[in-house]
Design a protein around this ligand. Structure first.
Ligand code: CDP
Ligand code: MG
Length: 762
């Protein structure tokens, strides 16, 4: 396994400006959230306090030897693995569990994190012979990609087999399994859902383990409904649902009172410490708390796990933590660089982090160096990290929230539930007594937090899922699908409306031929649509690239010390009026430079993201080829590519308002161009644009934007928009405009027409 040392130019780095901007944005968010909580007595855990602390506490471990970077590569012996496996709580009830599974088609298994559910159950079933029949295997679903990969890796190690052979994993755009040999397969729940498209009886599996079901991810919920229908047809199929304590009864009831089995587990007491007053900024409070713990306790006393909301917060926390720790160490020891601090390692973990960096959190540093892990709620239950004794919980997580009235999905920083808070605290008590610092008051916990998080199905856009269910043909009417918790009717209807709008469903709600083809791609419906429309318009080669580039995180990077250079390099790729075409341009130039990593470094482009985009492109190409769909290039005809992009995003359009702002066409909300958009360089902004994503922070930003001809908006958004011609004497005429004028370019028509949302009469 590669364990690269921290590289100041790597994706770990966050530029300070961006960092402080994020802090500012978060503050605004915090203020907004806090208003509904408690307005009084905002406390200030300023860094001064922390720095003051160093007078009272000696810094421990300074003289500790620097650990070899290979510490994590230590491979345990077979004997050690056997010992570890047998020490897990699940091992003590192995035979009881297996007989319960033998006698029942569905079993719900409940156990503390770390009791061995994920890594052991599938192995037990394998040892018991559930994969002995010809072509049968066991599949374990995970709501998160990181967990699927890391667990498969661990299980392959325990079984002493090569990853990708007997044990493998499959996540979107990455398949590490072998159809002939793989017997234990760890997949994301979305992957299993897609597999049901190809084989709706899931014949190749003898056992399905739906792991982490308590997370209630959208895909897990749909799978549960799907199995409720399937189990009657597949009497031989075993379904095992694992859950943390919460929700277990619900799963059991859903499957006709299926037996529940609780793995007796040993946990140590965790002391919970609340703040006396609400904190003003949870990042600063977390940094301050982490430093206090680090300075007051020897490294061997245990590692620190900080729960943050998402990548931005995590990177900002990591950045500030480094900076503040260095201040302390430089004052005390004259340390000049963070890398010279020998007894702390800061390890961020979130889904978009490259896999080799994610795996660093599992390294055993043998108590000589303290790990400070900064994670999203990924570390609540799905990852077991040894040696955590201190938890710092910011009290929030990022949740996808859908507003069906305006048809917008946004990731919103939301207070966590009581169940999440307890789960987070519990992470401190796995190896010994621990302490959980909650960066909120006890009153907030008791009075403001929900008992449980609202399941994803009740707060997210369902268009992707409904398209999949439609194409699965599981039930005549979608609304009759056995949802464990029904989605709100309005969400349901607005998602169906969106599918109808982009042409995946007809007026009767039946799947159109286009919709059927769209469902074959593991992409959100709008992206499948632009790809298929591009096929019709002879630019599928370019669209494959654009869609792939849109499916990877961050393409450009801006290292702290070289921001200006990075910005200049980035500007060179800009294709005026289109971020989509800019992405295409980056990929095309990279390809022309033989996919070189040096080229990426030179141009401030993330090599890993581009490699990922190339892999995704290859896979999408395979799907196209499997359907005998030709791949053609439009050369430099950018207008046709833009028009095809418009075909899937006409409902995500905005028109200019004033000089530099936009108004969302559908919702009338004011939106701004994201600061990273290529369109910023234009003197005059284009009058009409479509966007890929809406980012809600203190402002509402449209990200990845392309200018469009209003006539294209009419062509693809005729269900939504009205067009109005403004003649020179300001009289308007609403008739007979569209037809042959599709080839007009915006500049020629900008003063002549105006597009508005139709008055909805639903
Ligand atoms: O699923 P559950 O939380 O019950 O436990 P698990 O993930 O099966 O973990 C059981 C044991 O395997 C724990 O002691 C983990 O530390 C270890 N494990 C590991 O070393 N590496 C992984 N990638 C996953 C688990
Ligand atoms: Mg687990």
């Amino acid at each position: 396994m590669v364990n690269p040392f921290r590289n100041p130019d790597s994706e770990f780095s966050v530029n300070a400006k961006q960092g402080s901007k994020l802090v500012a944005l978060r503050r605004i968010n915090m203020e907004h959230i806090q208003q509904s909580r408690d307005n009084t007595n905002v406390s200030n855990t300023a860094m001064g306090e922390v720095l003051g602390l160093e007078n009272n506490h000696s810094i421990k471990g300074k003289n500790h030897q620097i650990l070899s970077n290979d510490a994590g590569m230590y491979a345990p012996s077979k004997e050690e693995i056997k010992c570890t496996k047998e020490s897990l709580p699940v091992f003590r009830c192995r035979s009881q569990l297996l007989s319960l599974i033998r006698e029942n088609q569905v079993v719900v298994i409940i156990g503390e994190t770390g009791s061995g559910k994920t890594t052991q159950l599938a192995q037990y079933l394998y040892e018991e012979g559930y994969t002995n029949s010809e072509g049968k295997s066991i599949v374990v679903t995970q709501p998160r990609r990181v967990a699927a990969m890391s667990v498969a890796k661990r299980v392959a190690l325990e079984m002493d087999v090569k990853l990708g052979r007997e044990v493998g994993y499959s996540i979107r755009f990455e398949d590490m399994t072998d159809s002939e040999y793989t017997k234990l397969k760890f997949v994301t729940d979305g992957i299993l859902l897609r597999e049901t498209l190809l084989d709706d009886t899931l014949d190749k599996y003898s056992c399905v383990i739906i792991d982490e079901a308590h997370e209630r991810s959208l895909n897990t919920d749909i799978l549960l409904g799907f199995f409720k229908i399937l189990l009657a047809r597949r009497r031989d199929l075993k379904l095992i649902i694992t859950s943390a304590t919460m929700n277990a009864k619900k799963f059991s009831a859903f499957f006709g009172n299926a037996p529940q089995f609780t793995i007796p587990g040993r946990t140590f007491p965790v002391q919970t410490i609340y703040t006396a007053n609400p904190v003003q900024d949870y990042v600063e409070a977390a940094v301050s708390q982490a430093i206090k713990i680090h300075l007051a306790n020897d490294c061997s006393s245990g590692d620190i796990l900080i729960f943050m909301t998402g990548q931005e917060d995590i990177e900002t926390t990591s950045d500030i933590l480094q900076e503040k720790l260095l201040q302390v160490y430089s004052k005390k020891f004259g340390t000049e660089k963070f890398e010279d601090i020998s007894d702390v390692e800061i390890l961020p973990i979130y889904s978009a982090l490259p896999a080799d960096l994610q795996f660093k959190i599992f390294r055993d540093l043998c108590g000589t160096k303290r790990k400070i892990i900064i994670a999203t709620n990924i570390a609540e239950t799905s990852l077991t990290i040894k040696g955590i004794r201190y938890v710092i919980d910011c009290g929030y997580s990022k949740l996808k929230v859908y507003n069906p009235k305006i048809g917008l999905d946004s990731l919103t920083i939301t207070p966590i539930s009581k169940a999440n808070a307890d789960q987070r605290s519990g992470r401190a008590g796995r190896t010994g007594p621990g302490t959980a610092y909650r960066l909120y008051t006890e009153d907030t916990f008791k009075e403001d937090m929900y008992l449980q998080t609202i399941p994803e199905i009740q707060r997210t856009n369902l268009s992707n899922t409904l398209l999949l269910l439609k194409s699965l043909n599981v039930t005549d009417e979608l609304i009759k699908f056995p949802f464990i918790d029904k989605p709100p009717l309005q969400t349901f209807l607005s998602s169906l409306y969106e599918l109808w709008f982009i042409g995946a469903l007809d007026i009767k709600g039946q799947l159109t031929p286009l919709g059927l083809q769209m469902a074959k791609f593991p992409l959100q419906p709008s992206l499948s649509k632009i790809l298929l429309i591009a096929v019709q318009n002879g630019c599928s080669s370019e669209m494959l690239t654009i869609v792939s580039m849109l499916s990877v995180p961050q393409v450009f990077y801006r290292p702290k010390e070289r921001q200006k250079e990075a910005d200049i390099a980035r500007n060179k790729f800009f294709i005026a009026k289109s971020d989509h075409l800019t992405l295409l341009n980056v990929f095309v130039q990279w390809r022309a430079n033989k996919f070189s990593s040096q080229w990426c470094n030179k141009h401030f482009v993330q090599y890993k993201s581009l490699v990922k985009a190339r892999d995704i492109r290859d896979q999408l190409l395979t799907i196209l080829k499997s359907q005998d769909i030709p791949v053609t290039s439009s050369g430099k005809d950018w207008n046709i590519i833009k028009k095809c992009i418009c075909s899937g995003f006409a409902h995500q359009a905005a028109k200019i308002s004033g000089l530099r702002n936009y108004i969302h066409l559908k919702t009338g909300v004011n939106v701004k161009l994201h600061p990273t958009s290529a369109l910023h360089g234009l003197g005059d902004l284009p009058p009409y644009v479509i966007y890929h994503e809406l980012l809600m922070t203190s402002n509402e930003y449209i990200c990845c934007v392309t200018s469009v001809d209003p006539f294209w908006l009419m062509e693809y958004g005729v269900l939504l928009y009205d067009i109005k011609r403004i003649t020179h004497d300001q009289e308007s005429d609403t008739t007979g405009l569209f037809g042959e004028r599709h080839e007009h370019v915006i500049d020629e028509v900008e003063d002549e027409i105006d597009i508005n949302i139709r008055v909805c009469k639903d």
